[in-house]
Design a protein around this ligand. Sequence first.
Ligand code: DGJ
Length: 577
Amino acid sequence: MKKQWFMLLLASALLCTATALAQPALVKKNGSTHFEIDGKPFVMFTGELHNSTSTSESYMKEIGVWEQMKKANFNTVIASCSWDVIEREAGKYDFTSVDHVIKNARENGLKVVMIWFASWKNSASTYAPSYIKRNHEKYPLVKNAEGKFLNILSAFGENSKNADKKAYEALMRHIREIDPDHTVIMMQVENEMGILGSIRDFSDLAEKAWKGQVPEDLINYLVAHKGKLFPELEKVWKVNGYKTKGTWEEVFGKSHSNTEDWKEYPYYTEEIFQAYYYAKYVGEITAAGKAAHNIPMYVNNWLKQPGMGAPGGFPSGSPLPEVIDVWRAAAPAVDFTAPDIYMPEYKWVLSQFALSENPIFIPECRTDIAKALYAYGEYDALGFAPFGFDGPQAVGMGAGGASNEDFANLGKCYGLLSGMGTMLTDNYNSDKMRGVLVTDDDQSPTVEMGDYIITFKSTASMRAFDYGQGAEQLAAENAALAARARTTQSGALIIQTGADEFYIVGINAIISFAAKDSKATGRVLYDTIEEGVFKDGKWIAGRNLNGDENRPNITGVGAKRIVVYKSKVNAAASRWE
Ligand code: DGJ
């Protein structure tokens, strides 16, 4: 009998361990962050629904969005949960709007990243339940410098925070109960928070904190991370004498308002101050949610960009790279911060967000496959998501709903990448995997891989193949090509699998190989070029490309396997190589 009990206990202990292992988690390995579900690597191929879509099951069915995602090879959907919908009556929670998303995702073999639209959405507080919106005494708003209230809950509002926290905790408890198989794999807490319309909060509570001391937890963090802080934070702390005590202006200095260069940090002390109190508020909510159901949780950003000047022009306090340390100090439960990228400076944004080992996840972007490939290949991105791919685009939102062609390309691209199995994650943080993006500022990016330098150009710059058709005909063919040319979306993800073997998934890319040491080794020629797809991590070759097609270029979206060799063949003498 005793033995049986022991076996039973052992079995349940093993079961518990298995369940614990199954939890979606961010795992640091070999200098990169891996996202794992059930202990297996998972890369998100996803898109974000329009804000109101997931509030109605019938609407989602009506627009056929589940079929749309399956057809486009999504493995994850980013859907939202609205606080005002789940808590129409104070303290009473109705999770119908969450349940149908989880049920339908599960039935369609998709995972869910769920956004908690709560105290803040694009700075404002329109998603707070009615009982909060109508009681500003109890749930205070931000005040600007002129003493006017803005429609933004103040991060100093204890009652607002507690109500948000209670609802979020209830949501996470509910998800834990109904979702043992982890259909919901990640949470976004709030959406693009921060103050628009004022450099900081000037409400009475905020004023008191502004005149008070910099809190100890932030000071302790600064001391522990001295020398490794975001450069501007390090600079202002240093310039002001590395103080470990004092008011915000004593420790970080009096702000300047120079807005000439949008990449500068005007009103930085105000931004640091505001970031700290947003982080405190959201950090507490996140920690409570994790205590109920421990899955990864992140925050996202409306970015600082040209024309937006000082904080207030962009959301002040938002978890931007320049205040990532402040967020880490005050909100340790938040796993990472993510950029919503609609601005052209895509590469710069990623370089900033990748500082301090912050993993890259792009929850909102335009439907641009080249950008997706660049993020996966160059930054080990956990995921990439075009915003608002479903249904018609709301008027005036400017998010760039997907055209049919772009969306079809996205589907092809996700199909190719998901067929690669663990090829992406096996190559995280390795120079065997790279991403390239052709931009207006960088029209022929190159990557060095092994013995080779690979150059990419957009097919928009393609010239007709000279097969001896004569100058006039050649000019006509070039004119036709120019007319068809696309100027946008050109990029690739490259994986090197042998000294001379490369797989390239790309879009609209003219690709050329050169030897690093061309003097010694001669020209690079193509041994074999295949086009194909991947299935379960294996290459399935399609056409073998030779003759007129003996070039590795990718027009449209596609994948190629390219084996090169170095030859001493003289260029002038060899026209048909
Ligand atoms: C950014 C927001 O985060 C999204 O929810 C959505 O409102 C888009 N902007 C619309 O452009």
